[in-house]
Design a protein around this ligand. Sequence first.
Ligand code: F6R
Ligand code: MG
Ligand code: MG
Length: 364
Amino acid sequence: MKVTLSVIKADIGGYVGHSSSHPDILVLARESLEKAKKQGLLIDYHVTACGDDLQLIMTHQQGELNERIHRLAWDTLKAGTELAKKLKLYGAGQDLLADAFSGNVKGMGPGVAEMEIEERPSEPVIIFMADKTAAGAWNLPLYKMFADPFNTIGLVIAPNMHTGFTFEVHDVKGHKKMSFNCPEEIYDMLIFLGAPGRFAVKHVYSRQNNEIAAVSSTERLSFLAGRYVGKDDPVCVVRCQGTFPAVGEVLEPFAHSFIVEGWMRGSHHGPLMPVAVREANPSRFDGPPRVICLGFQLSDGKLIGPRDMFDDPAFDEARRQANQIAYNLRQHGPFEPHRLPLDEMEYTTMPQIMKRLEGRMTEL
Ligand code: F6R
Ligand code: MG
Ligand code: MG
């Protein structure tokens, strides 16, 4: 059976500040998706939040970029925005950049990750959702899952994974894409993946059967809007087991905290902290950036779950590491490399300061 899994997300208002989501907004979103399920448009859904981002996880048979599904998401986010305005939540509707819906939500502000699959006899899927960071944050973990045998032993000893994976990489500034076959092209690929502010993995495919293995949201809100409107706070869907990495291999990259762009004012480097859903409320210096992870078994499109995959003491060490890194980086205050380089910062006062001090700047 062909099933489409669509994750559409947006920050439509923070509670309090940018730290979390108000429970009433989640209730509203559930009611909206429940109605669509009753009408037969959705097979199933799950609504959650990571920090100030509302996450609509939906299954259906309408395919990717489907107008009815995207309109449902858009209308839900719009209705949520109205409620956010009533509650005077912070930044109500901040990610909804367009006024009117036009076919699908791509380029309108929300993040989208969708995959249409032929559901296997057993179909475990993992959905990662992050707050206070950008789409390139998935580059390192996706590389480890699908190309690094020190993370994924299946690449070495599982015959159906030994052929490797193909990565589709997007240049989010240049609006171009390129594919790399791994393992033979990893050195070429890493020059791009190692620059996550510009290049982001959009899709990963199995070279065994060309099946989709992973998809992420790669929208860059700041490029869409032409000004700072918040970090993308991306999502990523990964299929597991069989020809794909095992669930444990998919989670393993998060056993260490690694450093991503985002955090306070989208203008800092900070550790990505894997947490249970109840702990995804970034508050310290608006962070540190969080990632949550829900696991589902698909059953004829029904979402059996979720399991809160980072709600496991085995990730305590990664959380501790993240706090250590956070303490260390915070000591740098406004200095790089904690603060992003000038051209990467989402907020800057540089042009105004340069203009004011123009006359005082002399030749060396
Ligand atoms: C980062 C983020 C927050 C805000 C910060 C300032 O992605 O959402 O760190 O940038 O709280 O917010 P404003 O400019 O809305 O007052
Ligand atoms: Mg916000
Ligand atoms: Mg956010």
